[in-house]
Structure formats: C-alpha cells, structure tokens
Write a protein that binds this ligand. Structure first.
Ligand SMILES: [Zn+2]
Length: 479
C-alpha cells in the first residue's frame, strides 16, 4: 500500500510519490525554532509530528535527509538581546542549547543538518537570492532602504494559503511604517539597519542591514537540499505569510516548483484555550518535567493525536499518557517473561492472536497515529487475554516482541533505562533497609508492598536493595 498525505497546497490527500524511485531518497525541510526564548510544548508538538513523519518514512524504506533551520536573527531575537544587554550570539546560544536538550528529552530524532541563519555562507546566499529577485523585477528597494518582494509580480502568491490578494488590497490598512511599500502585502527581504539593531548588521549592495525571516529559510533550504524539496513541514501558523513567502522567493529565483508536499501540524491548546503567558497556561518541556512527568510521557501525550487535529493538552491527559505507557510496559514484561522461560503448552496455533499490518497501514494513511495506537492497544488486550489463559506460546511471544521492536522504531517509547527514582520511593526503601537491619520482617514486607503500590519494585541483591519501575510482569493473582 502506498503512502498518502494531506498536501496543504492542493488541500487534498495525495499519494506520495518520491522523485527518486531508485534510491528512495527523500529531502525534508522543517522550519525550526526561533531562538529568542525557550520553545514551548506547542512548538514541540510540531517537531514531534515531523519526527513521526520521518520515522514512518524510514520504516517504509525511504532514506530521509532532513534539514531543520535555526532562526537566530529576526525581530524578536534582536529585541531580546537588546533587552538582555547581550550580544546577539550570546543571547541566542542559551536557547539553542535549551532546544537541543528538550528535543533529546522528547527523543526527537536529530535532523541531518541544523543550519543557522547567521552563518556567513547563508547570509551570502540570501544576498545573492535578493539580488536575483531584484534583477528579475520581483523585488525593489524602497525609500526606507529596505528591499521588498513585489507580490503583484508573482501570480502564484496566495496559492498555498488559498488567499485572495484583492482582499488584502481592499481591507488592508496601510500602517505608518509601511508607507514605503508598493503593496501592503509586500514583505521585507532585506531590512535596512536602524539604531535598534545595534551591532547586528551585514553589508549588502543595498547598504547595511539584515535579512528578513522568510528569505532565511529559502536560502538555507535551497543551499542544502537543492531547488526542489520533497516534503516541507511546519505548524499551521507558518502557512501565511512564512511559507507563502518561501515559495515566492525560491520559485522566483529558480523558476522551479519549490516543494512537492506541504504538511502542516495543527495547534496545541492547553485546557481548551490558546497557550499564553498571560493566561498562566504556557508550558515548556522543563515545566512539565518539574511536575514529575518523564520526557517519554510527554512524548506520548504530544504524539497520540492526529497531526491535523488540534491537540488539547491537559494534566489529565498526561496522567492518561502515563497509564497507557504502564500498559505497554507491563505487556512487554509479560511477553519477555514468556519468550525467556517458555510457557506451559495448552495452546494451539490458531489460539494465538494474529499480528496484522494495521499499525503501519494506519500510518500510511496520512499518518493516522490514533488508529495505529488503537490497533496497538487492541493487540495488547488480545495478547494479555491469551497470556491470562496461558495460551500464548513462546514463538508467538517472540513474534509480538519483534513486532514491537519494529513499530517502536516509529514510536520510540521504550522505558528509560536509568530512570530517576522518586523521592517518596527512596524514602520508603530506606525505611525498609532499616527494618531489615532490625530483622523486622513484617514491616519490611509491608514497606515492599507500599513501594509496589506506587509502581516500583524492590529486590534484595548482594549489593543491597535494587529499585526498578514496576510496570513489569506482575503475576495475575497478585494484582
Ligand atoms: Zn521557515
């Protein structure tokens, strides 16, 4: 079965046809963070969607080359650096670091390249592209010395956003600082230097200044991936004007179709509302971790809803994510036990729940993760029932574990190996140690049960007590 994606450009589900049918190599460009503050969980929802997309393409045998840019110069980074009284690079560096840390916490696969807009070779390319657009009459320098894209000269402008330019003209009010532009919708390619920019400036044929945000992505994507990209992703709020402008600039220079498939991820809401610092519902990855959740749990919570559906983040949802992962962990531990020690054979081959390709085919269908997870949990129910009845044989348990390994290349939801032991558990374990020293076996057993009740297992080894997250095989009669 072939892959199908909803292409924002056509507003249709389209069959995915890579350009390179022989090597099945795919180029993918994903708009990365603007490093003026720590990225919030809404940003990471989009990055997790892109991660899922890449991993599924790889599961299907494609070789994905992904570029994610870092926007380290635009209005917000300059303003932030000025307010913090720091040089721009020093200011943005902390948020670049934080971004990579958070991406690692969420197990997001690293892109092949992370170009930053301020690297000189990209600045040079931006200047080249702007020069080319100017030579073709697609750009002009206004009286304010900035260079703008002339949208009226690019007939396809508005196609991605399905935007009618005449509406823009009739309803658009010309703001004070936009008098210099020919058209209200013309966007800046090169912003002339002013006092507020401080020492953030580069020389150009149009005088000192800095690039506009949109041209950064056009320059970095074409520099690293060529004139045409297979898949370009971002959040829905990137569609207009950012991606619309990327198309105009890139196609304006190359004359070739810039992107074959545009995929956009819907918003993340918190408790049904738009996330905003003023509403107190604005969360970063460390904010969630501070509430005693793991990166793996947050990954699951951000992953489990179809990317074109708005995701409503709630603490109840985080709890559900934890419970779902517990079910997976417990199931895996039971399967591993049977795979290892074998099973009392009462089973017949046709009593084994069958492994169907439904997980993968659900993802083929525009990355339908909810259906894919639905199938996973249905499989867990069926195999658990077979294990409860002692009907699952060793070969079958191994086959399910192999299947899990395959789908987990997409999900990446195995438990952390070096899990941090919560304070409450450590404390109970210390009390238990003391009870054992005092040979108070009754208390020691009670404490073991209390530790178990909060999801941890304590084992006595020659090196002392060992604590592991339970989630594992727990005999039916003890539950
Ligand atoms: Zn971009």
């Amino acid at each position: 079965m072939s892959l199908r994606f909803f292409n924002t450009y056509s507003r249709k589900i389209e069959e995915f046809e890579p350009r390179d049918l022989v090597d099945r190599a795919i180029t993918m460009y994903t708009c990365g963070p603007t490093v003026y503050s720590r990225a919030h969980i809404g940003n990471f929802r989009a990055y997790i969607f892109e991660d899922l997309l890449q991993r599924h393409l790889e599961l299907r045998g494609y070789k994905v080359h992904r570029v994610m840019n870092i926007t380290d110069v635009e209005d917000k980074t300059i303003r932030g650096a000025r307010e913090a009284k720091l040089p721009l690079t020093k200011f943005t560096e902390q948020f670049k670091k934080a971004f990579f840390q958070d991406a690692e916490t969420l197990r997001i696969k690293s892109a092949n390249e992370f170009p930053a807009a301020t690297e000189q070779r990209y600045i040079d390319r931006m200047i080249d592209m702007i020069g080319e657009l100017t030579a073709r009459g697609l750009a002009y320098q206004a009286d304010d010395k900035s260079v703008y894209f002339r949208i009226n000269k690019f007939p396809n402008y508005g196609k991605l956003a399905h935007f009618d330019l005449t509406q823009l003209q009739s309803t658009g009010r010309v703001k004070h600082d936009e008098y210099d532009k020919e058209h209200i919708g013309d966007f800046a390619l090169w912003k002339a230097w002013d006092d507020e920019d401080g020492d953030v400036k580069w020389d150009s044929p149009w005088g000192a200044g800095r690039p506009g945000w949109h041209i950064e992505c056009s320059a970095m994507s074409t520099a690293l991936l060529g004139d045409q990209i297979d898949i370009h992703c971002g959040g829905v709020d990137n569609i207009f004007p950012h991606h619309e402008a990327e198309i105009a600039q890139s196609e304006g220079v190359t004359g070739k179709k810039f992107v074959r498939y545009w995929l956009h991820c819907a918003h993340l809401l918190v408790d049904g509302q738009k996330m905003a610092k003023s509403l107190g519902n604005f969360y970063t990855v460390p904010d969630v971790i501070a509430k005693d959740y793991t990166g793996r749990e947050l990954r699951y919570a951000l992953l489990r809803v179809h990317y074109r559906v708005p995701l409503n983040f709630t603490w109840k949802g985080m709890q559900e994510a934890r419970e779902s992962l517990d079910r997976i962990d417990e199931w895996l531990a039971r399967l591993r036990e049977i795979a290892k020690v074998g099973n009392v054979q009462r089973s017949t081959p046709n009593a084994q729940p069958s492994i169907r390709p439904d997980f993968e085919t659900a993802l083929d269908d525009d990355l339908n993760i909810s259906a894919a997870l639905g199938f996973l949990f249905e499989s867990i129910r069926e195999t658990n029932r077979a294990m409860d009845e002692n009907m699952l044989d060793t070969a079958s348990a191994k086959a399910w574990l192999d299947w899990w390994q395959r789908i987990n290349t997409v999900l990446d939801l195995e438990p952390e190996t070096d899990t941090v032991v919560p304070q409450a558990v450590t404390q109970l374990a210390e009390e238990r140690e003391k009870a054992r020293r005092e040979k108070n076996w009754k208390l020691s057993d009670e404490l073991r049960d209390r530790i178990s009740a909060i999801g941890w297992e304590v084992r006595d080894t020659k090196d002392g007590q060992k604590l592991t997250p339970r989630g594992g095989f727990y005999p039916q009669n003890l539950r």
